[in-house]
Design a protein around this ligand. Structure first.
Ligand SMILES: Cc1ncc(C[n+]2csc(CCOP(=O)(O)OP(=O)(O)O)c2C)c(N)n1
Ligand SMILES: [Mg+2]
Length: 801
């Protein structure tokens, strides 16, 4: 979709057909909003949020959007998606009904709320498709401004593809020498979020081709701009980002959202410069309206004045566009009325098709079930009532089928008929299909799954050289950069310094400033930068300097990265590696181990907790061979510990979810990880002196957790277990306890109550004593295991205190 020769002698010329087509799409989008809202108000859908009032600006944005470009936006963008053919009206309705089928709702397979948009970036095997030939959209999310961090990376990828020699050749299909723009969209009120400013600043520092549109309708739900922004005006505040005389910065524009010709012109001009010179752009599109209010959950009459509402009617962008078209002689009022009628009808038909497609398979399953229930009822009459109730119920969901099947099974319990067995099997299949329908793709399920990477143990020559931990990592990274042109590492002090512990030392000098680079102190957008790069075909390592500072990135990690593959039902992936270091330094913000928080907020990301640098290297190699997102927490006090350098540092792998038994013993199992491994081993030595043989197990990865049941096997021998961990009580230790006792059925082998030995509830104060009295220590482990043994044989193990 292009405007024919948009500029002639500096003045934009509009092609009549293109304008009419645009108007048609705008009107179609509006009717979809109106009818969509009705579907909610009449109870056929649960919730609706639409793009009404923002149509015209999005038509203009679509003009500027080229093949290979990528969008990172939010729930108002339906017109843009419709304009580029990335969304059909029928699909919009399928999403409204939560139609859980990729055929009907290809963006999220029915998993996301209405108004969330995405293109399918992966093929059915889970491999990234080429992007240069199509229009691309990263997958929307609901937290306001959460689309901004990854915008940094989507735009940054263009810079890398342009400036790293040979990259477009080595990694084909993602870029035409960096000529792609990353288009961001965001609401005015969402600009009050911290990550908005962090992302805007990062993009400005990096000077990358992002074109950010701010859709300003004056409100964030009911709260007007004066409560959102200093001076009540985001572009005024943004003026400091405006570049001057060829210097760095943005081009910042303010433009009315109802002015079609000016919007088209501004978008085309701004995009041309952004694309060519990589000048980032902010387009503050103001004077937008909300004809239907914010969403279906309330009405804006409650908080907007009659004057404001009257203004909104007058400045409705489609009305203004129509006036302009009539004034310009593009079309008559009658012609535009005809378009309006045609589109209204077309949207109704699309709605009907979407509804029918959604209902039909459920109706088929329902009649199957009713028939089965009737058969069961012949031997168990109570089931007849369940069948009647289900049959009478209109607009059934699969939930209703599951409930009816459950009730029938309960009512007919104790009887064993072939019909009842068929019912039980039918219910089992429904559960299985539903688990897949709603639960698939949390992790990679394809050939590239990190779980499929074969184990390659370290190999040592006859006299291996002993190196510091950081030097082992350095050798691993050096090999990885040489091997894989897609590999990019970035973070605070990562570039010139080679990270604060020198794991990346000298690699910037060797591989260039763009492959090993310094960033500002901005954890959320370091992660977002990596997500964007991964979406565009690269393999980023995002370094978060310390585990404690991960919290700044945790929201993006949880909401975007961890859910990406799952929420798109296998449509997108971002195999980012998050590199960080933690445990056992000293102080409130340098020794934390918030593993429970990470585990619970980030299902969808593998969490590796290597005890030394060799294991860490193995995890990097594993994750780089797979296509899952993963986090590796290196051990802070391990960088200066000596380890023998394996001769296969470039290829060795550590499999995910396979614990290692570090010391065998028959009396009690000590389960731990990371920096606590050597401490647990010391405790085991002390225990041996007391006549107790402890088995020490390093879990190696918390997600996935012990896929082979190594720990439960140990319990079968020892019948006692202690989980040791530096997290708070009930954190990662409780997670491990549940995995072993419940998932692995470990409880049945226990002769004594299971124990967790953790850090205190507060954070570790600074200083060695603060650490000693707040974290698990060698002596504490010895006493905990001793007490377990004493429970069984107090005479052999007299009280220690
Ligand atoms: C982090 C977060 N806080 C609150 C919300 C609830 N919420 C949804 S939309 C919205 C208002 C957004 O306003 P604006 O950015 O102006 O976008 P608009 O809907 O007006 O286009 C709020 C507060 C949310 N989705 N995410
Ligand atoms: Mg708003």
């Amino acid at each position: 979709m292009t405007l024919t020769s948009p500029f002639q002698q500096g003045v934009m010329k509009f092609d009549r057909d293109a304008v009419l087509r645009d108007y048609r799409v705008g009107v179609r989008s509006r009717h979809a909003s109106v009818l969509g809202r009705q579907e909610v108000l009449t109870g056929r859908a649960k919730f609706g949020i639409f793009g009404d009032g923002k149509e015209v600006a999005q038509l203009a944005m679509a003009y500027a959007f080229r093949r290979g470009d990528v969008r990172s936006g939010y729930y108002r963008d339906q017109t843009f998606m419709l304009a580029l053919g990335l969304l059909e009206v029928q699909e919009l309705f399928a999403q409204l009904y939560a139609h859980a089928d990729l055929e009907a709702e290809p963006a999220f397979g029915g998993r996301a709320m209405t108004g969330h948009f995405a293109t399918r970036m992966l093929d059915p095997k889970g491999q990234l498709r080429e992007q240069t030939g199509g229009y691309n959209s990263s997958a929307d999310l609901s937290p306001t401004a959460a689309q901004m961090p990854r915008l940094v990376g989507l735009a940054y990828a263009s810079k890398l593809y342009r400036e790293i020699e040979g990259l477009t050749r080595d990694v084909p299909g993602f870029s035409d020498l960096g000529n792609e723009i990353a288009f961001g969209t965001i609401g005015n009120a969402s600009c009050a979020e911290g990550v908005f400013w962090e992302a805007v600043n990062a993009i400005g520092v990096l000077q990358v081709p992002a074109l950010i549109s701010i859709w300003d309708d004056g409100y964030g739900i009911s709260v007007p701009n004066r409560y959102q922004m200093t001076k009540g005006n985001v572009s005024e505040v943004l003026q400091g980002f405006q570049r001057r005389a060829g210097g760095p910065g943005y081009d910042v524009f303010t433009i009315e959202g109802w002015n079609y010709p000016r919007l088209c012109e501004t978008y085309l001009r701004a995009a041309a410069c952004c694309r060519r010179d990589h000048v980032p752009v902010i387009l503050h599109v103001c004077e937008l309206t909300q004809p239907l209010g914010h969403s279906t959950s309330g009405s804006h009459e409650r908080y907007k004045s009659p004057e404001r509402l009257a203004w909104e009617r007058e400045y409705d962008c489609l009305r203004k566009m129509r006036e302009w078209m009539i004034e310009e002689g593009t079309a008559s009022a009658e012609q535009l009325d005809t378009i309006d009628e045609e589109e209204k009808q077309r949207v109704r038909e699309a709605r009907d098709r979407a509804l029918e497609a959604y209902r039909q398979p459920i109706a088929r399953e329902k009649s199957e079930l009713v028939e089965l229930l009737r058969e069961v009822a012949s031997g168990a009459p109570e089931v007849g009532a369940v069948a009647d109730a289900l049959e009478r119920r209109g607009g059934s969901l699969r939930r209703d089928l599951a409930i009816a099947a459950h009730r029938a099974l309960v009512a007919s319990r104790g009887r064993s008929t072939p019909a009842r067995e068929r019912l039980a099997a039918w219910r089992g299949e429904l559960r299985e299909r539903s688990a897949r329908r709603y639960g698939s793709h949390l992790y990679s399920e394809g050939e590239e799954s990190a779980l499929r990477v074969p184990r390659i143990d370290p190999v040592y020559g006859s006299e291996p050289v002993e190196l510091n931990g950081f030097e082992i990592l350095n050798a691993c990274f050096d090999a990885a950069f040489a091997r894989d042109p897609r590999l990019i590492a970035m973070g605070e002090d990562v570039g010139q310094l080679g990270d604060v512990n020198q794991g990346l030392a000298h690699l910037q000098q060797k591989y260039g400033e763009l492959r090993v680079s310094d960033t500002g102190i901005r954890e959320a957008t370091i992660l977002g930068q990596a997500i964007g790069l991964a979406l565009r075909g690269l393999r980023p390592i995002a370094e978060i300097q310390y585990l404690d500072y991960m919290l700044y990135a945790l929201q993006i990690m949880s909401d975007d990265l961890a859910t990406l593959r799952w929420r798109t039902c296998g449509g997108q992936k971002a195999p980012v590696i998050i590199r960080t270091r933690g445990h056992r330094l000293e102080g409130i913000w340098h020794s934390g181990s918030p593993m429970g928080g990470i585990l619970h907020l980030c299902r969808g990301i593998y969490v590796c907790v290597p005890r030394d640098a060799t294991r860490a290297a193995g995890f990097y190699n594993t994750l780089l061979r797979g296509d899952d997102a993963g986090m590796i927490v290196e051990v802070l006090n391990g960088y200066r510990r000596k380890e023998p350098l394996p001769s296969n540092i470039d290829t060795l792998t550590v499999p995910l979810g396979v614990p290692e038994i570090l010391r065998s013993g028959r009396d009690a199992t000590l389960v731990t990880y990371g920096a606590l491994c050597p401490i647990a081993l010391e405790a085991a030595t002390d225990l041996a002196a007391l006549g107790i043989e402890a088995e020490v197990i390093d879990v190696q990865t918390l997600l996935p957790f012990d896929r082979e049941g190594v720990i439960v096997e140990s319990l079968q021998r020892t019948n006692r277990v202690v989980f040791v961990d530096e997290d708070v009580p009930g954190g990662a230790s409780a997670f491990m306890l549940r995995e072993v006792l419940e998932t692995q059925d470990g409880y049945q082998w226990l002769d004594a109550a299971p124990r967790t030995l953790t850090a205190a509830e507060h954070r570790p104060p600074y200083g060695s004593d603060g650490d000693y009295f707040s974290k698990p220590q060698r002596e504490g482990i010895v006493e905990a295991v001793y007490e377990l043994m004493r429970e069984g044989d107090p005479r052999r193990f007299p009280a220690l205190a």
